[in-house]
Design a protein around this ligand. Structure first.
Ligand SMILES: [Zn+2]
Length: 74
């Protein structure tokens, strides 16, 4: 059994199925159908989806704001 060289990802722009080479994972690729740019991410390996990281960053940012709004003690 050999490792697949391609994985399948749906284009966020045109919704068509793309075969993307695994070596492009994490890189920006161009859809062969609509020429729209997308980030190559393997949907089958959901260890840390992009939404997870953006939520984490957002939570960090909110904590920062909360810390800044704490009344100063004199
Ligand atoms: Zn497309």
């Amino acid at each position: 059994m050999s490792k697949p060289t391609y994985y399948v990802q749906e284009c966020p722009t045109c919704g068509r199925t793309l075969e993307i080479r695994v070596e492009y994972l994490g890189k920006r690729v161009v859809c062969q159908h609509c020429r729209g740019a997308l980030l190559a991410e393997d949907p089958s390996s959901r260890r840390a989806p992009a939404t997870y990281w953006s939520l984490l960053r957002r939570a960090d940012h909110l904590l920062e704001i909360a810390a800044q709004q704490r009344p100063a003690t004199q």
